[in-house]
Write a protein that binds this ligand. Structure first.
Ligand code: GLP
Length: 270
């Protein structure tokens, strides 16, 4: 796990975009564990935090010719009970904030269907679709103030698969800003499990702002525990945590992480 404390949100966005760009340009053959000829598979997160990263990737598409045409993408999660086309669905969110601004084929962007008749089968189908695509090369993650990733709330099994979860009141309150009224935030969601997320080849967790400081400290310096689902990144073989000063402000070893990153060997990339 590498913890990188950066100077401001823009630097976080640029660094996350650098990691995604490397995967997209190199193609999966250059990514450990992928066979030549397969297409890069991106894991996309929703929420406000990654929006700047998506904006930066869209800029690179426009100005530098970065093409996503060969990529496929999977979302982490979706609300149950919203139609895909509802403005607040994550299906819509990722299109508004990323897919519509790049040359990623809309049909190559997958998300769990929270409106499916048979939610349990849909969950299994989604895990199988990720596996059939060859797994995820790089997974972007945000973090909730209660330490959730995807929508894996505290108490989530560390080896869980895609399934239904019930949101905490805290998460419903945090996400109410996207809805007309707080009561409109669904209570249930379909989310990739912690075990599903753990199978991505590279996890990139991004967090900005002091409101995330406690959750970040619990995730990277606390115990590995279902109480803080984001702590599962501690046992992932390739996890990068990108933070601004605010999100890093509760870390005990902040000075060490800054020193290690400043002295990172030049031949070693994130
Ligand atoms: N399911 C999403 C998460 O994937 C996201 O990380 C979290 C934090 O969102 P934000 O980045 O807006 O703080 O919100 C939601 O709960």
């Amino acid at each position: 796990m590498e913890i990188v404390i950066l100077d401001g949100v823009d630097a976080v966005d640029r660094t996350a975009a650098d990691i995604v760009e490397r995967v997209v340009r190199a193609g999966p053959a250059a990514n450990p564990g992928r066979s030549a000829g397969s297409t890069p598979v991106l894991g996309l997160a929703t929420g406000s935090t990654p929006v700047g990263t998506y904006r930066e990737l869209a800029r690179r598409h426009r100005e530098d010719g970065l093409s996503f045409a060969r990529c496929r993408a999977f979302l982490l999660d979706e609300y149950i009970g919203l139609s895909k086309t509802a403005e607040q669905s994550y299906f819509s969110f990722i299109r508004q904030n990323f897919v519509d601004h790049v040359d990623l084929d809309d049909a190559a962007v997958f998300s769990p269907d929270g409106d499916a008749d048979d939610i349990a089968s849909e969950a299994q189908r989604y895990d199988a679709a990720i596996a059939a695509a060859g797994g995820i090369d790089v997974q972007i993650l945000g973090i909730g103030t209660d330490g959730h990733i995807g929508f894996n709330e505290p108490g989530s099994s560390l080896r869980s698969r895609t399934r239904v979860k019930t949101l905490t009141e805290q998460t419903r309150v945090d996400n109410a800003r996207f809805f007309d009224s707080p009561e409109d935030v669904p209570h249930h969601v379909l989310t990739q499990g912690l075990g599903t997320i753990d199978e991505a080849r590279h996890l990139v967790l991004i967090a900005t702002g002091e409101s995330k400081a406690e959750a970040v400290a619990a995730a990277v310096e606390g115990p590995l525990t279902a109480f803080c689902p984001a702590s599962t990144i501690q046992w992932h073989p390739h996890a990068t945590v990108l933070l601004d000063e605010g999100a890093a402000s509760s870390l005990a070893l902040g000075e060490y992480y800054r020193y290690a990153y400043a002295n990172k060997p030049r031949w070693q990339h994130l």
